[in-house]
Design a protein around this ligand. Sequence first.
Ligand SMILES: NC(=O)c1ccc[n+]([C@@H]2O[C@H](COP(=O)([O-])OP(=O)(O)OC[C@H]3O[C@@H](n4cnc5c(N)ncnc54)[C@H](O)[C@@H]3O)[C@@H](O)[C@H]2O)c1
Ligand SMILES: [Zn+2]
Length: 364
Amino acid sequence: MQILSIKLANHSYPIYIGENAMDNPQYFNQHLKNNQKVLIVTNTTIAPLYLERLKHTIAISGIINSDNLFSIVLNDGEQYKDWSSVERIVQCMLENSFDRHSLIIALGGGVIGDMVGFTCSIYMRGIQFIQVPTSLLAQVDSSIGGKTGINHELGKNMLGAFCHPQAVIADTSVLKTLDKRQLISGIAEILKHAFIADVDFITWLESNIQNVLNLDEQSIKYAVYRSCQIKASFVEQDEKEQNIRAYLNFGHTFGHAIESHMGYGVWLHGEAVGCGMVMAARLSMLQGYINNQQYLRIFNLIQNYGLPVIPPTYKDMNFNDYIKYMSKDKKNQNNQINFIILKSLGNAQKNIATSKEIECSINI
Ligand SMILES: NC(=O)c1ccc[n+]([C@@H]2O[C@H](COP(=O)([O-])OP(=O)(O)OC[C@H]3O[C@@H](n4cnc5c(N)ncnc54)[C@H](O)[C@@H]3O)[C@@H](O)[C@H]2O)c1
Ligand SMILES: [Zn+2]
């Protein structure tokens, strides 16, 4: 089992990573209190797979008696990351007399994690929660860093708060039931962490493609661990994204444009980010930072993990479509689109780009 600690100015918390971590009551015990009410929030896909397993772990911890352990099963899907689901969680807590000392456990992917974190940030002005991320994306990215939120019909993640969990318990064994496309989408964020921070990790990922894709126990544990470590270090240095935390958006300026224009779910987030990273790497090359050989290393790694590297055809998405979405990016300042580019492999920075450079980057 690997244990990481994320150290912030006002709060520190552990991230436990390993096969069957969810079955170990020790990881939960230190974050639970006697007589505390606990609610597990999950969805219709994950409940039949893991809800009883998690309830059993909490039960054998001996701290929470069965009368105080509740669960709620929400609909599965990004479209349910909304107010009505938050209201269902709140309703359940109020009906069962949850107070400021109660706790929620988020059992699911990034949708459940974001929504639970947000609910905890507002319920009675803030209650504690534990993340049990079940998708690869949630294990290596969304469960760490304290960004929580829900969608509004006029925009994704438009309502949110910074709110950190008490602990993250990432059980790599649950990735076996994850759809292959979702797994590969999560790998995009692992590659991103390597590209922006660690050239040795890039080399390791090049040498372990089949091991990672086949969920070899040691390999997936290392990939999740190193990825969490990189994300944690950016968050520790810049918790509220005033500066270098924005490097974690490498590939996302182009990727979000593809995701939004094509319609959510048509391209999964990681697929759009994979292709977006190819574009951002191309921009880094056009601006004279990385050479053709380094660009090809990035291109090949993304492609070899099964992620798309070719953007939508010009007919589906043209230059103006990219600009339309990229102009609304939250990183922009002074009406200029900010990109994250690579100064070298393992080293990122913020930069602006000319229209010509953007056009050449999207025409792969
Ligand atoms: N807070 C952050 O910093 C942050 C960062 C990145 C993404 N996000 C958010 O995360 C969300 C995307 O997360 P996601 O990709 O995990 O999506 P998701 O939560 O929708 O999970 C993807 C699918 O996999 C299923 N699933 C999850 N774990 C499973 C398992 N072990 N076995 C079988 N099926 C399983 C889910 O039910 C769902 O159908 C988005 O809403 C995005 O905005 C947040
Ligand atoms: Zn992402």
